[in-house]
Design a protein around this ligand. Structure first.
Ligand SMILES: C[S@@+](CC[C@H](N)C(=O)[O-])C[C@H]1O[C@@H](n2cnc3c(N)ncnc32)[C@H](O)[C@@H]1O
Length: 239
C-alpha cells in the first residue's frame, strides 16, 4: 500500500467497521471465560482491545498483532504498559496459540477467507472460538455496476449465505452471525470522512487520488448499505 494510503489511514480510531457492542455480542454468544487467552489478529490501532479485555475477559490476556508497525505503535500508546496486553508487529499467521478466543475484525480476507479459517482453526484450543468480520453481499444478486465496483476492491466478495459452508469446510462450527449495523460502519467512516476533509487542502495529485477513493468507498456504502455489508461470524472449534 502507498504512503498516501497510510497518510489517510493514520491516527484513525479504528481501521474497519465495528463498535464495542459488536465485540460484546459476539463474545457473549461464544461464551468467553473471564481469564481467556485472546488473539486480536490484524488489530490495527487496537480499537477492540478495550472491549475484548474489559467487557469480556477482565482477567484475561490479549495478544494483539498487526503487520503495520505504525498501527501497533498507536495501540501501544494505550496498552503498552498494561501487562494483560502483548503487542506485536508481524504476521498474524505467526502468532503462537493455542488461544481460547481469536478476534479478527476485517482482516481474515488478507489471508484468503478459506486459508485464513484454516490457519486460525489451528491456533484455537478445542472448544475455542473464532470471531471474524467479512465483506459480503447481503441478499440476492446485486446489480452489475455494484458487483463490478466491489469486486475491483475485493474480487472474492461472496453472498453472506456462503459463509456457513466455508466455516464448516474449515472444520469449525458456525455459532452465530449478523450483519453489522449501520452505526458500526459509521464508527469507521465518519472519522475517515473528517480526515479526508482535513487532508484536502494542500494535497498533491497522488494524495487526492487516495482521498477520492476513500470518499467513493464511503459514498458507495451509504448508497448501497442494503445490498452489501460486513458479516460478523462467531464460530467454534469442535471439542
Ligand atoms: C481493515 S484493517 C482492520 C483493523 C482492526 N481490526 C480494526 O477493526 O480497526 C485490517 C488490518 O489487518 C492488518 N493485516 C493485514 N494482513 C495482516 C497479516 N498477515 N498479519 C497481521 N496483520 C495483517 C492490516 O495491517 C490492517 O491493520
Amino acid at each position: 500500500m502507498s504512503a498516501e494510503f497510510f497518510t489517510l489511514h493514520s491516527d484513525l480510531p479504528r481501521e474497519g467497521p465495528g463498535r464495542p457492542e459488536d465485540v460484546a455480542w459476539a463474545l457473549g454468544l461464544g461464551g468467553v471465560q473471564p481469564g481467556a487467552r485472546i488473539l486480536d489478529a490484524g488489530c490495527g490501532p487496537g480499537a477492540d482491545i478495550a472491549a475484548l479485555l474489559l467487557a469480556a475477559a477482565p482477567g484475561g490476556h490479549v495478544t494483539a498483532v498487526d503487520a503495520h508497525a505504525p498501527f501497533v505503535a498507536q495501540a501501544a500508546k494505550r496498552w503498552g504498559r498494561d501487562s494483560r496486553v502483548t503487542l506485536m508487529t508481524g504476521d498474524m499467521q505467526d502468532a503462537e496459540g493455542p488461544f481460547d478466543v481469536i478476534w479478527c475484525a476485517g482482516a481474515l480476507y488478507f489471508l484468503g477467507l478459506r486459508e485464513g479459517l484454516d490457519v486460525m482453526r489451528g491456533k484455537l484450543r478445542p472448544g475455542g472460538i473464532l470471531c471474524f468480520s467479512e465483506l459480503v453481499f447481503r441478499g440476492g444478486e446485486p446489480d452489475a455496476a455494484l458487483r463490478t465496483a466491489l469486486e475491483a476492491e475485493y474480487p472474492a466478495i461472496r453472498p453472506v449465505t456462503h459463509l456457513d459452508g466455508m466455516i464448516r469446510a474449515a472444520g469449525l462450527e458456525p455459532v452465530g452471525q449478523k450483519i453489522l449495523p449501520r452505526a458500526s460502519l459509521e464508527a469507521y467512516y465518519q472519522p475517515m470522512e473528517k480526515r479526508i476533509a482535513q487532508l484536502r487542502p494542500g494535497a498533491d495529485a497522488a494524495l487526492n487520488r487516495v482521498l477520492d477513493e476513500g470518499a467513493a468507498e464511503i459514498a458507495l456504502w451509504r448508497r448501497h448499505w442494503e445490498d452489501f455489508g460486513y458479516a460478523l461470524c462467531v464460530t467454534r472449534r469442535p471439542e
